[in-house]
Design a protein around this ligand. Structure first.
Ligand SMILES: [Zn+2]
Length: 249
C-alpha cells in the first residue's frame, strides 16, 4: 500500500452522516471548496475527532490523501466551537439554513468564506440577531460566489446622487434618472440601507448591528430568490422555517 501524504486544511463542518459502525463521512467547507472526510472511529468514546460531528465548528484538520480514496481525517484542532448553537431553537434553524445554502451553492474548488461564516456563528452564539446575521451571511456568500453588488453608485451610470432603487440582477443601486428608463420601481429607503448593510465587510462592529425587521425580511427574501434564480436551485426547504423563527417575536 502506498502511504498517503499528510495535508492540512481549515474550514467549517457542514454536516456528517454515520458510516459503518462507528465512523462518519463529514462534509467540510474550506478555501478549496466542499470536501468530504472520512472520520474513522469518531463515534467511539475516546475519539479525538469528535469535533467533526458538530456542524458549524471551525476546525483545522490534518488528513491523509490516498490515491482515488477518501480523505482520511487524522487529527483536528478546534478554532471555533459551535456547540452552543444547538441549545437554542432559533440558532439551530439558522444553522440548518446555513448548511442547506452552503451545500446547494458550493462545490469542490469554490472558495468558501469560512472565516466570515465562523465569525457569524460566533456572533449568533453570543446573542446576535438571527435576521441581521442571515443578511450578512447572504452578502458574504454572494461575494464568495463572485456576485458583486454595487451599493455606492448607480450600477448603470455610475452617479452617486439620487440612488432610489436597486436591481439584484444588475448588481447594484440605481439612480432616479436611470430608473425612469427601466420598469423597476422606487424602493423603500430602508431597503437600500439594508442591502448596503448585507454587503458590508464583516467586522466586530458590523456583527453587532441590527437590521430593521420588515426591510430585513424583505431584502433577505429578494437576495434568496435571486440566488435560486441565478443558480437554478430548488427552493430552499429550510427557509420558510427560518422566516417563521425570525418573524415570531
Ligand atoms: Zn444612473
Amino acid at each position: 500500500m502506498i502511504k498517503g501524504q499528510k495535508e492540512i486544511c481549515e474550514g467549517i463542518v457542514l454536516g456528517s452522516t454515520q458510516y459503518q459502525d462507528d465512523s462518519a463521512i463529514v462534509s467540510f467547507a474550506s478555501q478549496e471548496g466542499l470536501l468530504s472526510f472520512l472520520a474513522k472511529g469518531v463515534y467511539k468514546n475516546k475519539s479525538s475527532l469528535k469535533a467533526l460531528l458538530i456542524s458549524g465548528n471551525h476546525l483545522k484538520i490534518e488528513y491523509t490523501k490516498h490515491q482515488d480514496g477518501p480523505l482520511i481525517a487524522s487529527s483536528v484542532y478546534l478554532l471555533g466551537d459551535a456547540s452552543l448553537v444547538y441549545t437554542d431553537y432559533k440558532m439551530s434553524i439558522f444553522m440548518m439554513l446555513l448548511n442547506e445554502l452552503s451545500v446547494s451553492l458550493f462545490r469542490y474548488g469554490d472558495s468558501y468564506p469560512y472565516l466570515d461564516v465562523s465569525a457569524i456563528i460566533k456572533s449568533l452564539q453570543e446573542g446576535g440577531d438571527s435576521l441581521s446575521l442571515s443578511l450578512l451571511l447572504l452578502g458574504s456568500l454572494y461575494k464568495s460566489l463572485g456576485l458583486k453588488m454595487n451599493c455606492q453608485t448607480c450600477v448603470i451610470c455610475g452617479k452617486k446622487e439620487n440612488l432610489v432603487s436597486y436591481s439584484l440582477k444588475d448588481g447594484g443601486f440605481i439612480c432616479k434618472d436611470c430608473l425612469s428608463k427601466t420598469d423597476l420601481k422606487v424602493k423603500d429607503k430602508m431597503d437600500l440601507y439594508v442591502l448596503r448593510f448585507a454587503f458590508m465587510d464583516i467586522s466586530p462592529d458590523i456583527l453587532l448591528k441590527r437590521a430593521p425587521k420588515n426591510s430585513g425580511i424583505h431584502v433577505l427574501n429578494e437576495l434568496l430568490e435571486n440566488l435560486v434564480d441565478y443558480f437554478d436551485l430548488k427552493p430552499i426547504r429550510t427557509y420558510p422555517l427560518f422566516l417563521k423563527s425570525v418573524s415570531d417575536n
